[in-house]
Design a protein around this ligand. Sequence first.
Ligand code: CFM
Length: 543
Amino acid sequence: MAIQNKPAQWTAAEVKEELLKKYPPKVARKRSHSIVINEGAAEAPEIQANVRTIPGVITMRGCTYAGCKGVIMGPTRDIVNLVHGPIGCSFYAWLTRRNQTDPGPDGENYMPYAFSTDMQDSDIIFGGEKKLKAAVQEVYDLLHPKAIAIFATCPVGLIGDDIHAVAREMKEKFGDCNVFAFSCEGYKGVSQSAGHHIANNQVFKHLVGTESNVKEGKYKINLLGEYNIGGDEFEINRVLKKCGITNVATFSGNSSYDQFCTAHLADLSCVMCHRSINYVADMMETKYGIPWIKVNFVGAEGTAKSLRKIGQYFGDKELIDRIEEVIAEEMKAVEAALAEVRPRTQGKTSMLFVGGSRAHHYQDLFHEMGMKTLAAGYEFAHRDDYEGRRVLPNLKVDADSRNIEEIVVEADPNEYRARKSEDEKEKLGQAGFKFKDYEGMIPDMEKGSLIIDDLNQYEAEKLIEIIKPDIFCAGIKEKFSIQKLGIPMKQLHSYDYGGPYAGFKGAVNFYHEIDRLLSSRIWGYMKAPWQENPELSATYVWE
Ligand code: CFM
C-alpha cells in the first residue's frame, strides 16, 4: 500500500478508497455511501445514515431496547424500570451508563437496583404476561413507587405478550401508581435511535402535562437531551442557577417523575442532544406552545453562546446583564487552563466516533485547545444530525422507520399558550435568532475531513493505521483495540469514569484530561502489530 506509514501524506479520497478496498463489491458499494468527504461546499454532502448495519461487520451500535431503557429512561430515579425479558438483556437494567442523579429531598432513587422478570424457556413457550403482572405487583407492594415502566426485550415481541394491556390493568388496579409500557424490542429499529423515539412518545403520552404545580422562577426552561453523564447536568444546572434561569425539567438526566409531569409549564425548550430528543421538542411546541432552540453546553464557548441565546430569547436586560457577568467570571478559569495546556495540545489531531451528538459537540472542546478533527462520525444519527434540519423534508421513510409509531399531537385546548407572538418571533428572527434550527455536524468540520457513519472495527483500525491521529474518541467496545495500536483513546460515552465535561468547569476538566493523555509517553513505547510483524496476508474467495 503506497500511503501506509506516511502520516500526513494522504488525502481524504485516498483514505476512503483504502477503507473500501478489502470489502466484497456489494459491501463496498453500500459502505461508500456512508463515508463522505467534506468538500467544504455551501451545502453539506449527502451521507447515508440510519440504515441497517451490514451483517457480519463489528458495528459500534447498540439495540433499540438499549436506546429506550438505557438511554432515555435509565436516568429516571423515581420511576421503577422493569425489564420484561431474559436476565441477559437485564444486564442493561442495572446502571450500565454513567448517568448520575441527585436523589432529592424525598430520597426516592431506584437507579441502583435492577428489576427484571427473568423470563425462562417456559415463559417463552406459554407466554410471559402472568409473570409480568406478578412482577409489577411485587414492585408495587415492596416500593410503592409513583410510576412503573415496563420494557419489552426481543422475545416479548416475538411471542406477542401484550405489555400495554398489563400496564393498563395494573394502573387501574393500583389507582395511585402510573404504569406504562414501551414496545422497545431490540430489533424494532436499526439502532438505539429507534428506542429514543419509542421512549419519548410514551413519556410524552403518559407523563408530560399531568401535574400543574409550577416551579417558581422568572425565566423557565426545559433542558432536553441532557443525560447527566459524569455529572454534566449538575454543572449545567449550577451555571443556569447562577444566571437566574430556572430549569423546570431535564429530559432525562437527574430527572424525577414530577419534573416530566410539569415540563409543559416551562417557557422555552433548550435541546442539547438533537438526535435523541428532537421529537419531544416538536411535540411540546405543537401541544403547549413552547418554542425550542438548539443549545450546546459542551465547550466553554458553546456554553457562553447558549446562555446568551437564552438571554436573547427572554429579552430581559436584567437577565442579559447577569449572563454576561457569569460568563466573564467563569471564563477566567477556562482561559487560565487553556493557557496552560495549549503549548502541548496546539496542532494535535483527533478523531471522534460517538453516538448521535457528541461527535459534533466535542469537536468544539478540541477546537478550543487548538486541535484539529480529521475524521468524525456518529453511530446511529440520522442525516439531519450530519447535514442539518434542512434535509428533513427529503428524508426517505423506509420499512425500518415505519416500524416506529409517529404520534400526532394537536394544540391542547386548555394548556396551549403561545410563549411568543408571531411578531415577537419575527423580530427575534431579524436579529439573527434561530428557532428550531440545527445545522448538523458537517458544516462545522474542515474542508478535506472525513465523515463516516456507523464506523466499524475494521475501518477504525485502518483509519488509525493510515492517519495516525494523536487521540481517538469512541466507547468502551473500541477502547482497548484502539489503545493496542498505540493511540490514546478517550471514552466519550462514560468519560472513562471522569467528568463532568459540560459547562465551564467541565471544559477545564476536559482540557486537563486530554493534555494528560496526549502528554503520556507510554504510547511511544507501543508498537502496533503492523509495525512489528510482517503482514499476514490472506485472500477472500471472491478475489
Ligand atoms: Fe444523545 Fe447521549 Fe449521544 Fe445518545 Fe448514547 Fe450517551 Fe452518546 Mo453513549 S443520548 S446521542 S444514545 S448525547 S448513551 S448521553 S454518550 S451514544 S453521543
